[in-house]
Design a protein around this ligand. Structure first.
Ligand SMILES: [Zn+2]
Length: 359
């Protein structure tokens, strides 16, 4: 650890930016901390020190895990990432989430421009985790203690430097678009599930929300394009549809050859984000499920048949805009044969016999 509460590895810096008093006059070489049940404002100074130190090392460990996976599968390291813990925490209005930021307009606004290659900000936590079982012990929900939040936010960094859903590479470096589309949120959720090894990605801190509720963000088979909600502010909910479809494809490919689709997805995202030159056109194109699916099918002809079938089960087809995919699936859900397997699934699978896919 360098300085009061900062840890640096190649390409990754994690820093707790709250006042450094707790870390003053401590052993600089301490790496082993106690989670101290998340610490929090009600804990004593020693528990807060332990919990904050644990937050820095825990965040570094999990962020490095995702970054290493991405570097291995992409065959190149991603641009450097800075993670700041305790930003945007004004007294009395603590924050329990995380976000990924690039220089440019943002809400809430950034007091100083984030690093050009991207920054993650984690809040300090606001409340204790509500557990469904009343007997379980209390844990203060510090985002830096939550692997799912860390994986999800690093997922946005991977998206920015591969699929680049907002075509930020075509924009000025200090005027980046900080908005997220459903594909961005869904891909981040999918990568979280891969790293955690479970589709119930938010089961720890949202365990009191029933698994069938979309806010639980469980990557379940029931989320199809029929659940897509038009309009702004729906990226997380709509992303669940894309994440669930990816997870189904991942599981089926894994059963077939043991590998899953993570490498194929990252290859597809890199190609997806390197096409086109017009910002507005690319922002539109890169928000379409069908477009990214086409790239995914093209990236690995060997798995295309299985992936196309799995995606079609969720209503994601390699043609049509997101609205058309929604209407198609909603019409189907309302029809009397809604419980029989989708004809599109087998038709789509048959349509992708590997060799016929564009290079
Ligand atoms: Zn997100």
């Amino acid at each position: 650890m360098t300085g009061p509460a900062e840890l640096s590895l190649a390409g990754l810096t994690v820093r707790d930016e709250r006042d450094g008093d707790l870390f003053r006059d401590r052993d600089e070489h301490a790496y082993l901390f106690d989670p101290a049940a998340g610490g929090g404002p009600l804990a004593g100074p020693e528990a807060q020190y332990q919990a904050r130190g644990f937050g820095v090392t825990n965040t570094t460990y999990h962020a490095a895990r995702v970054l290493n996976l991405a570097a291995r599968l992409l065959d190149r390291p991603l641009p450097p990432l800075v993670i700041r813990i305790g930003t945007h925490s004004v007294p009395g209005r603590a924050w329990s989430g995380g976000h990924y930021r690039l220089p440019g307009e943002a809400s809430p606004p950034e007091p100083e421009p984030p690093a050009r290659s991207g920054e993650i900000h984690l809040g300090t936590g606001r409340r204790f985790i509500e557990r469904p079982d009343p007997g379980s012990s209390r844990y203060f929900h510090a985002p830096a203690h939550n692997a799912a939040i860390i994986y999800h936010e690093v997922g946005h960094h991977i998206c920015r430097h591969t699929a680049d859903f907002r075509a930020n590479r075509l924009r000025p470096p200090l005027d980046q678009h900080n908005g997220k589309v459903a594909l961005d949120e869904g891909t981040a959720d999918f990568l979280t599930a891969v790293l955690l090894g479970t589709p119930d990605i938010y089961g720890w801190h949202r365990g009191n929300i029933p698994p069938w509720d979309q806010r639980r963000r469980r990557l379940a088979a029931r989320w199809t394009t029929a659940c897509l909600r038009p309009g702004r502010g729906q990226a997380h909910a709509n992303g669940t549809v894309w994440a669930s479809a990816l997870w189904t494809a991942h599981e089926r490919v894994r059963q077939a050859d043991g590998a899953g689709i993570t490498r194929t997805l990252l290859t597809a995202m890199t190609r997806f984000g390197s096409r086109g030159t017009d910002v507005a056109e690319e922002q539109q194109r890169r928000s379409l499920f069908a477009e990214l699916l086409r790239e995914l099918l093209a990236a690995d002809p060997a798995s295309a048949r299985v992936v196309a079938g799995a995606m079609a089960d969720h209503g994601v087809l390699p043609y049509g805009d997101n609205g058309e995919l929604r209407v198609r699936m909603q019409t189907r859900a309302a029809s009397p044969d809604a419980r029989t397997p989708l004809p599109e699934a087998s038709q789509e699978a048959a349509r992708w016999p590997g060799a016929a896919i564009r290079p």
